[in-house]
Design a protein around this ligand. Structure first.
Ligand SMILES: Nc1ncnc2c1ncn2[C@@H]1O[C@H](COP(=O)(O)OP(=O)(O)OP(=O)(O)O)[C@@H](O)[C@H]1O
Ligand SMILES: [Mg+2]
Length: 422
């Protein structure tokens, strides 16, 4: 494969800041370069955090459309009620609030490229409109009867299994085949082991340069831990963990024991069957329901631990500030306590949130923490606090907050609506 790493591939990596030299990554970049000059639709698949978002840009930039518009649409973030209008435009008065006419992305991107991220989240009615525009280049604005023409190239991405969505009746099979004219699969990090250390070094040195400090380094043992961890959150998770260690650890040489405190599932070494890549398995996926169940249980345990810490921290902060008001008194996000925690996907609390494990509450409050945790173990309150924190951290940007929370933007949107925080 090494001789397949052409100058073009290297150039793309440099231009887009892509680190890694594994066969799977090089192959994916190579396909993107080859398919770019055509108008074929491309479907990019891969787990969350593998780096899918680089690929539509590579394709657009290497195509004859590069001087045309490039519009990235997060299909999971747009409410169902407005998605057709956003994509295809609407006529004046098409619905309540449609005071003016709107062109829509398919009209605007004529001659360019549209990136449909999280395409599996598109409502079925929108899927029908999308299929039509892909097949004939025709679309109709909401509230209009006039057929319009556009010439748009579609690159779509998903981290969900669309075959399952088809079986469940949530995704049209004909649209799947139309989008998937050229598939590009980005392999998970655990199948690109040689890239793990390269990425770690890059993130450590970027962080060090930004904050004017020496970069962290790993002992040999720590390096082995880094390489054998399955990285379910892929490069996003690796980046977060590298940054956390860079900030929190005073020493710059990190040993295995220290590294393990930052890796959420390091307990799994006691349960070898939990590690999908151990034992020469192919494909990197979970191969039995039992493994998935174990994973969910560990994730839940990790969630509960994080929630306890979070609640403890919040209570400590309140105590320190003499604040006794409930969370609904916090400015900007007045809300209600009637939220069902069960509706949040069970995933580890993302490492980017400042309240991550290694941050200890102020010493003076430690003895009170347990008591407060007991008092405030209302999970729905904790959920709202978590969402509030994520929004504050991301300066109100829902997309980034949803990413931090590991939920879709649509779920976040729905929750904000439920709380009355819109
Ligand atoms: N090869 C790489 N080199 C450097 N940084 C990378 C690489 N791949 C991904 N990243 C970084 O990792 C983070 C996650 O990547 P990205 O947002 O593309 O993930 P994704 O596949 O779209 O995930 P999701 O399905 O959750 O949206 C981004 O900050 C991205 O810049
Ligand atoms: Mg993405």
């Amino acid at each position: 494969m090494k001789d397949m790493v052409t100058a073009d591939i290297q150039q793309v990596k440099l231009k887009f800041g892509i680190i890694g030299n594994s066969e799977g990554l090089n192959r994916a970049i190579d396909i993107a370069i080859q398919v770019a000059p055509t108008d074929l639709s491309v479907l990019i698949t891969g787990e969350s955090g593998v780096g899918k978002e680089h690929f539509p840009k590579i394709i657009h930039q290497n195509s004859s459309r590069k001087h045309g518009q490039y519009i990235a649409v997060n299909c999971g973030a747009i409410p169902e009620g407005t998605i057709d209008s956003e994509l295809f435009g609407h006529e004046k008065g098409a619905f309540t609030g449609a005071i003016g006419e709107r062109k829509g992305y398919f009209g605007e991107a004529d001659g360019g490229t549209i990136f449909l991220d999280e395409v599996g989240e598109l409502p079925l009615s929108t899927q029908a409109r999308l299929l039509r525009v892909l097949e004939t280049g025709e679309f109709i604005k909401v509230g209009s009867s006039k057929v319009e023409k556009t010439n748009v190239r579609i690159v779509a991405a998903t981290n969900v299994n669309l075959s399952q969505a088809i079986i469940d009746g949530r995704f049209r099979e004909d649209l799947y085949y139309r989008l998937n004219t050229v598939p590009i699969k980005i392999p998970p990090l655990r199948e690109r082991k040689d890239d793990i250390y390269l990425l770690f070094r890059k993130f450590a040195s970027d962080f060090a340069a930004n904050y004017h400090m020496p970069p962290i380094q790993l002992t040999d043992d720590a390096r082995r831990v880094l390489m054998t961890y399955p990285w379910p959150g892929n490069i996003r998770e690796l980046k977060n963990i590298t940054e956390q260690i860079s900030i929190i650890e005073k020493k710059r040489e990190i040993d295995a024991a220290t590294l393990q405190t930052y890796i959420p599932l390091h307990e799994e070494s006691r349960f070898p069957t939990l590690v999908p890549h151990v034992g020469g398995r192919q494909g990197g996926g979970f191969e039995s329901e039992r493994e998935i169940l174990y994973k969910v249980l560990f994730d839940m345990r990790s969630d509960v631990t994080e929630l306890k810490r979070l609640v403890g921290e919040i209570m400590s902060e309140r105590k320190a500030g003499g604040q006794t008001a409930p969370s609904s008194a916090v400015p900007y996000y007045p809300g209600h306590a009637d939220v069902q925690l069960m509706t949040v996907p069970v995933k580890p609390v993302p490492a980017t949130i400042d309240i991550s494990a290694p941050v200890k509450p102020p010493v003076s409050d430690v003895q009170d923490t347990d008591e407060h945790v007991k008092e405030s173990l209302s999970l729905d309150d904790a959920e709202r606090e978590l969402i509030k924190k994520a929004l504050e951290k991301n300066h109100g940007k829902r997309k980034s907050a949803a990413k931090d929370l590991n939920i879709s933007e649509r779920t976040l949107y729905r929750k904000l609506k439920e709380y009355g925080w819109e």
